[in-house]
Design a protein around this ligand. Structure first.
Ligand SMILES: Nc1ncnc2c1ncn2[C@@H]1O[C@H](COP(=O)(O)OP(=O)(O)OP(=O)(O)O)[C@@H](O)[C@H]1O
Ligand SMILES: [Mg+2]
Length: 680
């Protein structure tokens, strides 16, 4: 052994700098120092002569291999090498001797040491050479890396157990680490990837930009998903690409900063997502189509019903009023002569009752057809509910509990209060019929901002502020087929005579005419909610004017009646004349204008039908006013739609008398227009 030889040597801290061949010279005076240093070294050190015999052993080597110094001295170094590698060792040794530079032994190879008891351990060995008097001494610093290998194995296990492919990259872009999933995902083996530039895993399209992204990440290595909101892709060995989700994190290691990328192939997920999206869009399309179909069906039914009802209305006007005339004559005769006049009087009353019932039905049809004459005003829905609450309670009976939940401060709406009351009554009656054993009826109001998405697939509904009126019952509910047809006129599940099937049709017509939307939410056993949305308006709800009861309805003014239907014209004339008015009549607009020009005295009021052949009522009014600027105007019509204004509502300031009218209605309206100082 070198120390024993007593040859002078120098120990140099940086072995390579001490001599051109990297050989260290020892000298005797420093041998005890050298001994101390050797024993203090953390690694096991074994010195071997050129002949392969062990000449130097430090304390750590004794401990590591389990031999004493004395036992090892002079032995061939191969006793410290596992049997499997022993036969190759002399060859390695001589190749090292030919160029004894300090270097790690067997780079890239798994090295192992063998203990005295025959057990083996993984080792890392670095070699250097020392020149001494006794010749060259090769020293091997041996480190037991069992613990590190175990940690590495654990780390690898952890890596391989990750569900995602993981690729760790050094700051220069070289791949330092991959897991099994990455091998499988990209189709490369671990060895093929190690040391490669990570860009081989990036599709060609994005490859040129990748190094920049990489550098930026190394600058600010916080864990984050890569390319947020971007569609990322990765490239397999065979050149095929796949959509990927990648998240990055950084790891501080001995080799510097390591950035690990967890890569997930999201092909399946994207496909599933696309399929879900497709199905959803398909279902949505079907739903919208069905809804559109239903509103178109209701629209055409409405046109039909409204058209028929309009003609009926005029006929009813004639029937009602002529029956009234005959009724009066018969009543007087019955008083005077009794007998058969009494019977005739009762018969006429039957006719009148039937005509009234027919008028009601006609109005329902008109409402459904959105041709009902309406007088909308700005109102508070809570007031409408409140005003009719008592009436509803009576209609519902004792076994149904009525709960009202008014909104704290509902936005005003623009609607006809009487029509809304009719809506509430119709819905309450339906609810009552659905709860024969009793139950609960809730009426609530709330402010709602309708979003464009909601409005978009509901024909007629516009986005924006609405007041939601809901009528919910705890009754039998409806099957989906019933719900889909419930708004149709004459659709009823009730027995003949119990329901006409016009209740919900009327509700539908009234609400859509008011620019709103009605929808039914119901299922068998779950009760029913009818939800109504009415557009909110800005102006403050006005308090309704009280209607005077005992007003005087007769008068002596001159009235120009314009009506194309002979019977109606005659009825109107008679009704007015017998109440004291001077009446002049015209069968059309041209004649009316002629009269306006030629009549020798003042004409106080123009009472004109709205829809007439040749000249419409509105034009008649304009032309007559040209000659008689101060004249008051009162329109009469079975329906206001669409001539007087859009949506069938009236222009503000116009006064309209709905047909058919009774004597009382006609006289009240005429007086109202004549006495009202505001220009009509
Ligand atoms: N609240 C409800 N609960 C259960 N079913 C209802 C309810 N409202 C309506 N329906 C069903 O919808 C159908 C149509 O209702 P709609 O009000 O239009 O007509 P109706 O009540 O049958 O007759 P009408 O109202 O003209 O007297 C009813 O026959 C019933 O089957
Ligand atoms: Mg009903």
């Amino acid at each position: 052994m070198m120390m024993k030889s007593g040859v002078g040597a120098t120990i140099c801290p940086s072995v390579a700098r001490c001599s051109p061949r990297g050989v260290v010279h020892l000298d005797e005076s420093t041998s005890s120092l050298a001994r101390g240093l050797l024993d203090a070294a953390p690694d096991a050190i074994v010195g071997v002569r050129a002949n392969g015999r062990i000449a130097l052993v430090n304390a750590q080597a004794e401990r590591l291999f389990g031999y004493t110094r004395e036992e090892l001295h002079g032995e061939p170094v191969e006793i410290l090498i596992p049997e499997s590698g022993r036969h190759l060792h002399p060859h390695h040794r001589s190749s090292y001797l030919s160029d004894p530079q300090p270097r790690p032994m067997g780079a890239g190879m798994e090295l192992a040491g063998r203990r005295r008891d025959g057990s083996e351990f993984p080792a890392e060995i670095s070699l250097s050479a020392i020149e001494s008097g006794d010749g060259l001494l090769i020293t091997a610093a041996v480190r037991d890396v069992t613990e590190r290998k175990r940690t590495e194995a654990k780390f690898r296990g952890l890596l391989d157990s990750a569900p995602d492919a993981i690729v760790a990259v050094l700051s220069d872009g070289r791949i330092a680490l991959v897991n099994t999933q990455a091998e499988r995902l990209f189709g490369y083996s671990r060895d093929e990837l190690h040391g490669q530039s990570v860009e081989i895993l990036v599709p060609e399209a994005g490859r040129s930009h990748h190094p920049q992204h990489r550098e930026r990440y190394f600058h600010d290595p916080r864990p984050r998903p890569m390319g947020a909101q971007m569609q990322l892709a990765a490239r397999r060995r065979d050149g095929s690409e796949f959509p990927a989700e990648i998240s990055l994190s950084a790891l501080e290691t001995e080799d510097g900063l390591l950035v690990s990328a967890a890569i997930r192939d999201v092909t399946d997920r994207l496909e599933a997502q696309a399929e879900r999206e497709r199905l959803r869009a398909q279902a949505e399309r079907k739903r919208i189509e069905a809804q559109l179909h239903q509103s178109q069906r209701l629209e055409s039914l409405g046109q039909l019903a409204g058209g028929v009802a309009h003609d009926f209305n005029n006929l009813l006007g004639v029937i009602i009023n002529y029956t009234a005339f005959v009724g009066e004559v018969v009543a007087t005769a019955a008083e005077r002569d009794g007998g058969q006049w009494e019977a005739a009087h009762r018969d006429i009353e039957q006719v009148q009752r039937a005509a009234e019932r027919a008028t009601q039905l006609t109005h329902q049809l008109l409402a459904f057809g959105r041709r009902e004459v309406v007088q909308p005003r700005v109102l508070n829905l809570n007031d409408v509910v409140h005003d009719i609450e008592e009436m509803l309670r009576r209609t519902l009976g004792e076994h149904v509990e009525l709960i009202t939940l008014p909104a704290a401060d509902p936005w005003p709406v623009f609607a006809d209060a009487g029509q809304l009351e009719q809506v509430l009554v119709n819905l309450a009656v339906n609810a009552r019929d659905a709860m024969p054993g009793g139950g609960k009826l809730t009426i609530d109001t709330s402010n709602i901002l309708v979003h464009e998405d909601i409005a978009g697939d509901r024909p007629g509904l516009k986005a924006g502020r609405h007041v939601n009126l809901r009528i919910s019952d705890s009754g039998s509910g409806m099957a989906p087929e019933t719900v889909s047809r419930a708004f149709e006129p004459f659709f009823t599940t009730k027995r003949k005579g119990e329901g006409s099937g016009l209740g919900l049709a009327t509700v539908y017509g009234i609400i859509t005419q008011a620019g709103g939307h009605a929808e039914i939410f119901s299922d068998v056993g779950l009760g029913t909610t009818v939800s109504i949305l009415l557009p909110a308006v800005d102006s403050v709800a006005a308090t309704p004017e009280p209607i005077s009861d005992g007003a005087i309805l007769t008068g002596g003014e001159t009235i120009l009646v314009v009506e194309d239907e002979r019977a109606m014209r005659e009825v109107t004339r008679r009704l007015l004349a017998r109440n004291g008015y001077q009446v002049i009549t015209a069968a059309d607009g041209h004649r009316a204008v002629e009269l306006a020009v030629s009549h020798p005295a003042e004409i106080h009021l123009l009472l004109t039908d709205v829809v007439m052949p040749q000249v419409l009522g509105r034009t008649v009014a304009t032309l007559v006013r040209r000659h008689r600027p101060g004249i008051r105007v009162l329109f009469m019509s079975g329906y206001a739609y669409p001539v007087l204004a859009h949506n069938g509502t009236l222009d503000p300031g116009l006064t309209l008398l709905g047909k058919p009218f009774s004597e009382q209605m006609l006289l009240a309206k005429v007086r109202d227009v004549l006495d009202n100082p505001i220009e009509h």
